[in-house]
Design a protein around this ligand. Sequence first.
Ligand SMILES: Cc1ncc(COP(=O)(O)O)c(C=O)c1O
Length: 394
Amino acid sequence: MTAGSGRPDGHQREAGGFETLAIHAGQEPDPLTGAVVPPIYQVSTYAQDGVGGLRAGYEYSRSANPTRTALEDCLAALEGGARALAFASGMAAEDCLLRTVCAPGDHVLIPHDAYGGTYRLFDKVLSRWQVSYRPVHLADAGAVRRALAERPARAVWVETPTNPLLSVVDIAAVAQACREAGALLVVDNTFASPYLQNPLALGADAVVHSTTKYLGGHSDVVGGAVVVSDPELGERLAFSQNATGGVAAPFDAWLTLRGIRTLPVRMERHGLNAARVADMLSTHPAVTGVLYPGLPGHPGHEVAVKQMRGFGGMVAFRVRGGEEAAVAVCGRTRLFTLGESLGGVESLIEHPARMTHASVAGSPLEVPGDLIRLSVGIESGDDLLEDLRQALPH
Ligand SMILES: Cc1ncc(COP(=O)(O)O)c(C=O)c1O
């Protein structure tokens, strides 16, 4: 097996190319039966050979479960991390990570355009435990340095590309600023997926995923993950995960792992279709702006070229006529299903201000009313273009 997969970051993987790891990491044939796919260990407890005599290290499925271990080992391999932990949702992963690394009095920098649920976690939950936050334009590494100089932060929370504005953060530059300031760098890698971007190799300390999205890939399971490069932090997280209990269920872990095996081919197709959609929208008279890191005019394009393997399947755009016009377009598509979430094989359309990002209304993170977000699926590209053309005002 050859190491590495020609990735732009030059990061070499230990045991094969990405496509190989997606199919094999953590997924050896079952030692008992030879089953080529890890079985669903739908079990809560394990027989012990005498008190404390664990057979394979498993004692209770909140602490560990073999199907979850398979998923965690695969995720660690795909992100190039020392340890991964799989959770019941992306938010459970975020909460566990933040409550492990932060204590009352700590401060965290967050994106000025963070995912609404992440903002809500900081604003409505963690603030009550005296963990404060400050939204910063993280795409501007100078602004990050200034904010860290003004007030020390325990962590900097990066999303790149962001949800829903698709802004791109230079992970290596922010990692450098974090190292100098002694802050932990967390990157929510949900939009890119590990196929397109590996933040740990660029200097991040922890990667977060909503595995609900591209990793699962089929809109049939909710899950989350944290991957870290430091085994000691991994141990602390495993302790917290067991103590607080937001673990991925065996069937959910199995479904996510099933999705991951095709992640590379799906991401390639998502990217091809999204690029076609972004190009078409860019010249459409009803569209006032397109946000897609693959477009040369996108402010984060050069950084995206440097740190990503492709530009992904998420496209946002603004329409002439304001919020009502945007809502009307969302109601007219036939193939793009109106719905929240993203990253599945089917195309979705949504109005962030009234749907996924309603929780940031009235806050500094409020998103424009004329914005539409697309999760471009892997259907026939021609059909997707035709659907959008008929939905946009002529
Ligand atoms: C970027 C990002 N991070 C985290 C989450 C939260 O994940 P989950 O919905 O699996 O809890 C989402 C969900 O939409 C997301 O888009």
